[in-house]
Design a protein around this ligand. Structure first.
Ligand SMILES: Cc1ncc(COP(=O)(O)O)c(C=O)c1O
Length: 429
């Protein structure tokens, strides 16, 4: 067995020793102990608590990063683990990476499965949500004329993946439309379920969309699809670790997520959940041996890859648990509301996200400056205030997507809000 002492001797790196002494995770836990008796909604505005979280990151505070939806910086404790594992690997990768580090992926699988609420034997670790979802999208047997129902607000790459199957395999894809924000969750469910025909084999939709942050009534849709014999692929790229839920709240067949967004794991991490009965019939993206047919690990047969990325997911889970899902979601909604409710009250802005029903949104919201092209708004935010935000240009609407994170300060949100008000009054020239 490898003890801490023998491990340190084997690896012999100063970085490993330093990391064992790292106290940042302990500071997050200590801050959590201080607020343990308080409701998440009360802690959401407790700046002394969130100051500890903010200090757990090494950031460039000369810029205001309100695009954490693309991917997020990791807290120091995660990034240190990542660098440490890279250093260890580089000593003799065939030994240190393959023999010492790689087997520990099973710990990561077990802990991710516990957080998601599935059996570890149903969870494959991938390099991002695209890979996870494409395993499902390209691995399901479909014949010409079979139909996939999705939305025209699903992620571009995932729609491109279906479009390629249309060209290659002769399947059909129906992309439904919905207003932003929709009139209700019922409306969303109705639209998707009404599109199912006798030819429909797969329903593919977002748990939460990247365009406006709309959360879908996943369970209602998946249960009904299942009753009608239709498989469900849920794109959870933005959902995991942004707000609390478990697999039992979803009921889907396949679920793909990124971990470099809201879990704050290193760039190049994600997972795929496959309901047990679907593992054997699903083809992996990179071929695996027949003997692995029933084994979730067949989806991880990707050739040589760094162990550092997936192993430091463990630190990200610890950091996430240190804050707690409920407390994190409450803070994210608090930060969102600080800017969004003020702009929503101003007729110069149109908010494309439901701000009143917590079941429908969390950190992500989308705002349009009426009469000002969104691309110009985003350029102005960067040029004048060094604020990063995401321009969303959809065929049916446009707006600025704003995604704060747990390290975002109130001053940063305030600066963004004031900047938007100034743009609405003075324009962008
Ligand atoms: C809704 C949605 N799905 C899938 C993806 C792809 O995620 P990744 O870049 O981790 O592959 C993204 C990325 O932003 C996304 O927003």
């Amino acid at each position: 067995m490898i003890t801490r002492r023998s491990f340190l001797r084997a690896t012999g790196t100063a970085a490993a020793i330093a990391a064992f002494n790292d106290d940042h995770l302990e500071r997050v836990h200590a801050a959590a102990r201080r607020v343990a008796g308080s409701a998440p909604g009360d802690v959401a505005g407790d700046e002394s608590y969130w100051r500890e979280i903010q200090q757990a990151f090494t950031l460039d505070r000369t810029i205001i990063n309100l695009n954490n939806g693309g991917c997020s910086p990791s807290p120091r404790v995660v990034h240190e683990a990542f660098k440490r594992y890279l250093d260890i690997s580089n000593q003799a990768p065939v030994y240190h990476m393959w023999q010492i580090l790689e087997p520990n992926i099973e710990t990561v699988r077990r802990r991710l499965a516990a957080e998601f609420g599935c059996d570890p034997e149903e969870l494959a670790i991938t390099r991002n949500a695209s890979e996870a979802l494409q395993i499902a999208q390209l691995g399901i047997d479909l014949k010409p004329g079979d139909e996939v129902v999705t939305t025209n607000q699903d992620y571009g790459r995932m729609l491109t993946t279906w479009d390629q199957r249309v060209r290659r395999d002769g399947i059909r894809v129906n992309k439904i439309s919905f207003p932003v924000p929709p009139p209700s969750m019922d409306d969303l469910a109705r639209r998707l379920l009404a599109a199912i025909t006798p030819a429909t084999r797969v329903l593919h939709f977002c748990h939460i969309t990247n365009l406006t942050g709309q959360i879908f009534p996943v369970k209602r849709i998946c249960d009904e699809a299942r009753r009608r014999g239709v498989k469900t692929i849920v794109d959870g790229a933005h959902a995991f670790a942004q707000f609390p839920y478990k697999l039992s709240d979803l009921g889907c067949d396949y679920y793909g997520t990124s971990l470099h967004k809201w879990l704050l794991a290193p760039i190049g991490t994600g997972f795929l959940y496959v309901r047990r009965e679907n593992i054997a019939p699903l083809w992996p993206l990179q071929p695996a041996a027949e003997a692995q047919k029933d084994n979730i690990r067949k989806f991880e047969e990707i050739g040589t890859h760094p162990a550092a990325n997936h192993n430091s997911i463990a630190e990200a889970i610890s950091f996430h648990e240190g804050i707690g899902s409920e407390r994190k979601a409450a803070r994210l909604r608090y930060l969102r509301d600080r800017w969004a409710t003020r702009l929503a009250a101003n007729p110069k802005f149109r908010i494309h996200t439901n701000l009143t029903d917590p079941a429908q949104s969390c950190a992500i919201a989308n705002v349009q400056v009426v009469g000002v092209p969104t691309a110009k708004v985003v350029t102005r935010l960067w040029d004048r205030w060094r604020i990063i935000a995401t321009p969303i240009a959809h065929a049916e609407f446009e707006g600025v997507r704003v995604t704060p994170n747990v390290y975002t300060t109130l001053e940063e949100v305030e600066t963004f809000t004031t900047a938007m008000e100034e743009i609405a009054v003075k324009g962008t020239d």
